[in-house]
Design a protein around this ligand. Structure first.
Ligand code: LFR
Length: 454
């Protein structure tokens, strides 16, 4: 039996999860979970990356004997380094609003049509490309590492840029899997700041002795973008499926062999993120459980389950556009939802349960639209929708999604990113072979929701 630790950093919490792999089976157990609380200082929203790193190390020290470690996290964000490899300032959170002027500048310097044709990445104000244009510190830096690569660098002393996450920068060409000189030149961004590209499954190096682990443990590059790892762990039986990686975001789409770079696809704001094993994640970002999390934060909700049940018993009423970037930044989510309902001439949800109901219906509709658009724009038939990640536990949302899509939803696994992370390590270490999804199907339980008609 071999033991692999998945470090999985989400926008709301991080965890260290151990996967025990033996004879084509994998059993996960969580050894450490910690909150990820952003810090606003000087008007800018930051990640507390050193705090996160301390928790990662604490988790690894609790994990027992290990045969490998892999790190995945949310995408697009990075730390800048000086010539000694020291961190230059705290990484800025993708929900910070500092990029607005840079986005305007970038759109003039490089037409969005050209940017999309070169990278296939959807327009999001937080794309790394725009962040680097906005980042005055970038001129002082000699290096840049995406968040999981930064953690990997601190664990091993070895710098690199894992390709699934690199693709989310909107600086990489998904066909060549190399940096796009056209985009970098037009935006005045130096992709030479990033360490050399590496593929999931590559060995990064052994954990440094200063970390204090009892043995030498290799750190593997995995699908370091959490969504890339999550999609590895979709228990699909064949190619005709859509997935919703449902957590802080809902990432909704299909898996393809090659990118769709058409103008129609750009207009629909679909992205082509590079996946594990040369796949393409063709998807749209939907706001996801963030809408609910921010409401609960505002209300100080103590019993989320009770409120969900109350909401489920209400009739569907108002809905908002759950892809609208007006919901991106933190703060007064119930107020912003009410304003969006009022602007569209709908009855404004008054009670908390009514707001929750509005969020759930809005997400289900956005899921439906994204599944339908993904199928239409890619030509891929979709027979089933897999919901993976924490959202798989939200029974109301899963059922409403099945109803809206008119398709069965299969919910689970919940810890999909950690599972995908572990499986890519296990394969690199030679403990499992070939079809990783077969192992997922054989070992993970799934709850099926049939669409209700009428
Ligand atoms: C999900 C995710 C999404 C990405 C967003 C921002 O955790 O990685 O895939 O669009 O966070 O990085």
């Amino acid at each position: 039996m071999k033991r692999f630790a998945a470090v999985d950093l989400g926008a709301g919490s991080g965890r260290v999860i151990v996967g025990e792999v033996e004879d084509g089976s994998v059993v996960l157990s969580e050894v450490h979970r910690f909150p990820n609380r952003p810090v606003k200082v000087g008007g800018t929203l930051h990640w507390d990356v050193l705090g996160l790193y301390r928790e990662v190390v604490d988790g690894l020290l609790k994990a027992g004997p290990l045969d490998g470690i892999g790190v995945d996290s949310w995408a697009v964000d990075y730390g800048l380094l000086d010539e000694d490899g020291a961190l230059l300032g705290n990484p800025v959170h993708y929900r910070d609003e500092r990029t607005a002027p840079a986005v305007r500048q970038a759109l003039t310097a490089l037409a969005p049509e050209r940017h999309y044709a070169a990278t296939g990445i959807q327009f999001q104000p937080f794309n790394t490309a725009f962040q680097l244009v906005a980042d005055r510190m970038a001129d002082l830096a000699t290096g840049a590492l995406l968040i999981p690569d930064l953690i990997g660098y601190w664990l091993t002393g070895r710098a690199g840029t894992e390709i699934t996450n690199a693709s989310t920068t909107a600086l990489l060409d998904p066909r060549t899997r190399a940096w796009s000189a056209e985009v970098a030149d037009a935006l005045g961004v130096d992709t030479g700041l990033f360490a050399p590209l590496r593929e999931p499954g590559a060995v990064i190096g052994d954990v440094l002795p200063e970390i204090g682990l009892a043995q030498r443990v290799p750190v593997y590059a995995v699908g370091s973008h959490d969504t890339a790892s999550a999609v590895v762990a979709v228990p699909a039986r064949d190619a005709n499926f859509a997935y919703i990686s449902c957590g802080t975001w809902s990432l909704v789409g299909v898996e393809l062999d090659s990118p769709v770079l058409t103008e129609e696809s750009r207009a629909a704001n679909f992205t082509n993120e590079s996946g594990v094993d040369g796949t393409i994640r063709y998807l749209r970002n939907v706001m996801g459980l963030w809408l609910l999390q921010e409401c609960h934060r505002e209300w100080g909700t103590t019993d989320q389950a009770a409120l969900l049940e109350e909401a489920a018993a209400l009739p569907a009423a108002a809905v908002v556009d759950a892809t609208d970037s007006r919901f991106l930044a933190p703060g007064d989510m119930p107020g912003r939802i009410a304003a969006a309902c009022a602007e569209t001439g709908q009855v404004v949800p008054r009670s908390r349960a009514a707001v929750v109901r509005c969020v759930l219906d809005s997400l289900a509709l956005a899921h439906r639209d994204a599944v339908a658009d993904a199928a239409r724009l890619s030509g891929r038939r979709v027979d089933v929708v897999h919901v993976v990640g924490g959202g798989a536990l939200n029974t109301v949302l899963c059922q409403l999604t099945a109803d809206a899509c008119g398709l069965p939803v299969e919910a689970g696994p919940v810890e999909a990113s950690a599972l995908g992370n572990v499986l890519v390590q296990a394969r690199a270490a030679g403990c499992v072979d070939g079809d990783l999804r077969k192992i997922v199907r054989a070992t993970q339980s799934v709850v099926r929701y049939e669409p209700r008609t009428g």
